[in-house]
Design a binder for this molecule. Structure first.
Ligand code: X90
Length: 277
């Protein structure tokens, strides 16, 4: 049996037409723990976290959570959030070794997205497309990293508070964001860590800078996936902007799940696009 497994940073909780599962990360404070699965109400979680005075944390899925998702399958494709910011990829690799030692005929391909959200979606969609086109496990696992390396990820955030508090960005980058209407435009580095591109005052400036930036890195009209944290308006404005420049393209936006919402924070946006590196 073939199965596609992602972590919840991918933002997709369902994928009709395939055998699919999203393994949740968790988010917690000293008082409460939220599991980032279908039943999570992201809006309520954000309300609670913004009113909570203490610190908040996230944790990657356990090896056992991956093993539970693999159970019963023997051809498994896994996409994880970047190993540059999370232990998720590592725990999936440990689960892979254990599963194969117990099921010697199973084949598992674990891809480190070096990205998050929309970057994971693009990789997943590519693997599903190859599988549906009749490609073998070897063909898919042998070519998926090349595809991953052709992707780019950008994000526009109003606050870096949770990223900084959890040690995922330099405190210096985080300072002065969230005041005076400043947004930070960042990108995923080749190593899958956070790199600052620009600081923009206001949403209009952010949209213009994102459009300039994707042209500069050589975007030519490939697929685009966007996730936003309660900011459908910004997502639509970016979609309109990209369509205006590049015509008819395959572009979709979705609401961020719990993990990306926690780190990208309210109003945040994450954009993944196909683009030769
Ligand atoms: O293992 C864990 O606890 C999860 C840690 C995840 C940390 C970062 C998540 C970032 C999500 C923020 C902007 C996109 C940055 C992506 C750069 C590769 C969204």
């Amino acid at each position: 049996m073939v199965k596609f497994v992602v972590d919840s940073a991918c933002d997709l909780k369902e994928y009709p037409g395939i055998n699919f599962e999203a393994v949740p990360l968790t988010l917690s404070t000293s008082e409460r723990t939220f599991t980032d699965d279908k039943s999570l109400n992201v809006h309520d979680m954000l309300e609670y976290l913004y009113s909570h005075k203490g610190r908040s944390f996230t944790a990657c899925p356990s090896t056992q959570a991956w093993l539970d998702a693999f159970e019963g399958a023997d051809e498994i494709y896994v996409v994880t959030i970047t190993s540059g910011l999370s232990g998720t990829y590592n725990s999936a690799c440990v689960a892979k070794e254990q599963y194969i030692s117990e099921h010697p005929d199973a084949k598992i391909c674990v891809v480190d997205s070096l990205s998050t959200g929309p970057g994971e979606v693009l990789i997943l969609e590519k693997m599903v497309e190859m599988k549906n086109a009749g490609k073998s496990f070897e063909e898919i696992s042998g070519s998926v990293e090349k595809y991953r390396d052709s992707l780019r990820l950008h994000f526009g955030l109003k606050s870096l508070h949770n990223l900084a508090q959890n040690g995922r960005v330099n405190k210096l980058i985080a300072s002065a964001i969230g005041i005076m209407n400043i947004r930070i435009l960042g990108t995923a580095s080749k190593e899958g860590t956070i790199e600052q591109v620009a600081r923009c005052r206001g949403e209009r400036k952010l949209i213009d800078t994102i459009l300039e930036e994707i042209k500069k890195i050589g975007y030519k009209g490939g697929k685009v996936r966007i996730c936003h944290v309660e900011n459908a308006e910004l997502a639509s404005a970016i979609i309109e902007g990209i369509k205006r420049e590049f015509g008819k393209i395959d572009i979709k936006s979705i609401l961020a799940g719990g993990l990306c919402s926690f780190y990208a924070e309210r109003g945040g946006i994450i954009i993944g696009c196909e683009c030769a590196r």
